[in-house]
Design a protein around this ligand. Structure first.
Ligand SMILES: Nc1ncnc2c1ncn2[C@@H]1O[C@H](COP(=O)(O)OP(=O)(O)OP(=O)(O)O)[C@@H](O)[C@H]1O
Ligand SMILES: CC(=O)C(=O)O
Ligand SMILES: [K+]
Ligand SMILES: [Mg+2]
Length: 473
């Protein structure tokens, strides 16, 4: 067996292009770690089928895979179109209506029934990830008459954004609750909530899940401008975040995305919460076999800046080259990671004076960081119950794998989102760590003369001390 060549985790949206077992297996072999199901599309029946096939593909390949349910949130969309695509040109008139109709180039339905009440003439609306811009001319009954400002191609169920308008709705909708119930029934590992505005939106998801005795890893999707002012609260409430650049790039001026992205990564890294960079990472690979130079560089920079995961959307859901796109992310990651500087404790905590403020678990992480700087261990072994120990080691972006050993299946699945963490599911806690470490190093042929083992208090040994052990191999 072989350890992956890349430590950045790869998330792939599953859609028509990747719904066959064969493609799923190829994507796993190419490096997919997490499969994302977008509940804005497809039926529960189709998602159930996909979940079954993904699990079968994971068993067949022996590759661990976490499944993430992406809840739609209060995203507004247009309805279906009779004929598509529809080409909109500047100056064209188009009506958005809350009536339930099959749309055409004159009149298109919208999922948000209160649209006519919340808009006023002059408001700018955006369609299809902001590619098309329209302006409200007048509101008559259920119809909002608009004029096309920037044209483009429109297809069924594309998104509608109203960046400056307060919709007065919570992020966790009735529909999300239905999707969450389905995810709980299917035992989906992780849930991402769209259009989060504050920590309460995430707490609502967590509470609803707990009421079902369901404990998924919960990701907050950052894609609204007001979420940016609530990041401390959102990070406290969530297990990780996604920089959802598709909607974010419409909701805030696109020229600010780069700085926002870097800032979000720094904040998430500091708290050891995994961060996902999403949307248009290899967009051109939807149609062509090679990415653009700009895309390859975008992926590289996200990794250098501190992303844990890179994500494919349309590329793997409906593109021509889903497997090539995964392979491309994996090879960019493998090429870039050795150039990523290991993070020092000083940098992590902003260079401030933190003497006396670090907890024992932090001190262990600091010691590991120092050891890896001066030696090249085969791996760092971190027994972990909740995954917190492994995540606190991950944030140093060590050049060696953190083998996170846990008896909890959910913890292993959660760690699919963490950079450089290789989850190892061990039902019985190993009695003989020395033998366990040797076996693992041998099995994966991990090079090195030593291995590092960390251990802190556990439920079995609540009085144990935090310790770091050097195992001579
Ligand atoms: N389960 C699915 N069934 C059919 N088509 C899908 C499915 N999932 C994704 N797609 C297609 O792939 C495209 C890209 O997927 P993506 O997840 O980025 O969705 P999106 O609609 O752009 O937006 P968002 O992520 O904000 O919900 C979708 O617009 C859709 O056309
Ligand atoms: C992924 C997603 O929802 C976005 O980029 O908007
Ligand atoms: K979604
Ligand atoms: Mg979005």
């Amino acid at each position: 067996m072989k350890l992956p060549d890349h430590k950045t985790k790869i998330i792939c949206t599953i859609g028509p292009a990747s719904s066959s077992r064969k493609v799923m297996e190829e994507m796993l072999m190419a490096g997919m770690n997490v499969a994302r199901l977008n509940f804005s599309h497809g039926s529960f029946e189709s998602h159930r089928q996909v979940i079954g096939d993904l699990r079968a593909a994971s068993r067949a390949t022996g590759k661990r895979l976490a499944i993430m349910a992406d809840l739609p949130g209060p995203k507004m969309r247009i309805g279906t179109l009779k004929d598509e695509p529809v080409e909109l040109k500047p100056g064209d008139s188009i009506v958005l209506t809350s009536d339930d109709i099959d749309g055409d180039r004159e009149r298109v339905s919208v999922s948000f029934k209160r649209l006519p009440q919340v808009v006023t003439p002059g408001n700018a609306l955006y369609l299809n990830d902001g590619i098309i811009q329209i302006e409200v001319v007048s509101v008559i009954g259920n119809d909002v008459a608009c004029r096309v400002v920037v044209g483009g191609e429109l297809r069924s169920r594309k998104g509608l954004n109203l960046p400056d308008i307060d919709l007065g709705i919570s992020a966790f909708t009735e529909r999300d609750h239905e999707c969450l119930t389905f995810a709980a029934q299917e035992g989906v590992d992780a849930v991402s909530q769209s259009f989060v505005e504050n920590g309460d939106d995430i707490r609502a998801v967590r509470r609803a899940a707990e009421d079902m005795d369901y404990h998924p890893f919960i990701i907050a999707k950052i894609e609204r401008s007001n979420a940016l002012e609530q990041m401390d609260d959102i990070l406290d409430a969530s297990d990780g975040i996604m920089i959802a650049r598709g909607d974010l790039g419409v909701e805030v001026p696109i020229e600010r995305i780069a700085i926002i992205q870097k800032d979000l990564m720094r904040k998430a890294n500091r708290r050891a919460k995994p961060v996902i960079t999403a949307t248009q990472m290899l967009e051109s690979m939807t149609e062509t076999r090679r990415p653009t130079r700009a895309e390859a560089t975008d992926v590289a920079n996200a990794i250098l800046d501190g992303t844990d995961c890179v994500m494919l959307s349309g590329e793997s859901a409906m593109g021509k080259y889903p497997v090539d796109a995964v392979a491309m992310l994996a090879s960019i990651a493998a090429a870039v990671e050795p150039h990523k500087r290991q993070i020092t404790v000083k940098e992590l905590y902003g260079g401030g004076d933190f003497k006396g403020t670090l907890k024992p678990a932090h001190l262990i992480a600091v010691s590991v960081e120092a050891s890896v700087t001066y030696a090249s261990p085969a791996a760092v072994f971190a027994p972990t119950r909740s995954g917190a120990t492994a995540r606190s080691l991950s944030l140093f972006r060590l050049p060696v794998w953190v083998a996170a050993v846990s008896s909890r299946h959910q913890t292993c699945q959660d760690l699919a989102f963490s950079y450089g963490v290789f989850p190892v599911h061990e039902t019985g806690h190993p009695e003989d760590w020395d033998a366990f470490v040797r076996r693992w190093v041998e099995m994966y042929r991990a090079p090195g003369d030593i291995a590092i083992l960390t251990e802190g208090p556990s439920t079995r040994h609540p009085d144990a001390h935090n310790r770091m052990e050097i195992i001579q191999l």
